[in-house]
Design a protein around this ligand. Sequence first.
Ligand SMILES: [Zn+2]
Ligand SMILES: [Zn+2]
Length: 385
Amino acid sequence: MTTFLDDPLFEEKLIACRRQLHQYPELAYGEKETTKAIKNWLSDAGVDMLPLPLETGVLAVIRGANPGPVICLRTDIDALPIQEATGLAFASKIPGKMHACGHDFHTASILGATLLLNERKEELEGTVKIIFQPAEESGSGALKVIESGVLDDVQAIFGMHDMPNLPTGTIGIKSGPLMAAVDTFTIDIEGIGTHAAAPETGIDSIVVASHIITALQSIVSRNISPLDSAVISVTRLESGNTWNVLPQTAQMEGTVRTFREKVRDRIPEQMKRIVEGVAAGFGAKGSLHYTKLGPALMNDAKLTDWAVSSAKSSGLQVITPTPSFAGEDFAEYNRKIPGAFFFMGVSGNSDLHHPDLIIDEKAILPSAKFFANLAVDMLKKVKDL
Ligand SMILES: [Zn+2]
Ligand SMILES: [Zn+2]
């Protein structure tokens, strides 16, 4: 029997699938055609699917010939609201939408792994669920999948992100924190508006905001241990609307990124102290509104350790990656289920979320092989978790 791995057309097929997804990118929760395409590819290959009570996304299942645990492979499937500027022959045909985060690459790779695993049922000691998850970019797709209960029986979960700055054929594997917790905030300053020529009759909200922005940077440098890490970025400052009036109010917006919960939990209090205290020092009123979004992505030590040998036997070169301060909603699974998330080298020309990003499609087949081998290996090992 010839298998997909013997078939020189298998790689071409996966590349064709990736290009189709790339040409028709869909945003979070709008992945209707993407969902249809994935279902067609799976059913053409005789892969079983399970109900997924969401509008978009697909849940496939490979039941091994031998009893054992249940593990999950996860890919995200959504694109970004970016106008593509690659000039590729298979560039996005949808104005203002682009697979600029490589979720088309993830989907083609995990589809490949699924097709390979479907041929290896005799070898499998347990069950592999494969979740094609919607809405990673909006940050809540993973939560919707978890709430649906379809992964309640899963004992270990695995996923990846493509990394343009790593060469094809390399994989970043690291235990512990890999991607950051993501929080957002807004700060409101209430001063007293007045004539620009008579500042002594008002309270200048722009001066107050400027002092707060500067003082906030002391949290990372003075309140957090040099051995820990955090980012506090003010990304928007709005105040006033003309040149001869000192405005009554100012508003700021920004984000906080951290890896450790202990550090994350202290930052809102430290920010509040500065916002209220600095504003009060100028006779103004400052208020902080702080929202926690996704948690940090923490890789399980045993799973990452075991994954190294699967990567090596799949022909990948294993490196220790630098953690990223970007967020990733795979972290939501990791809160409930032990998991491991990898960085896959794709020899990109640019960064993620850039309109000119081109990745190396030669990375698809090695990724597919790796995730298939990983699933076979992990079913044998997760009993010992
Ligand atoms: Zn992204
Ligand atoms: Zn992404």
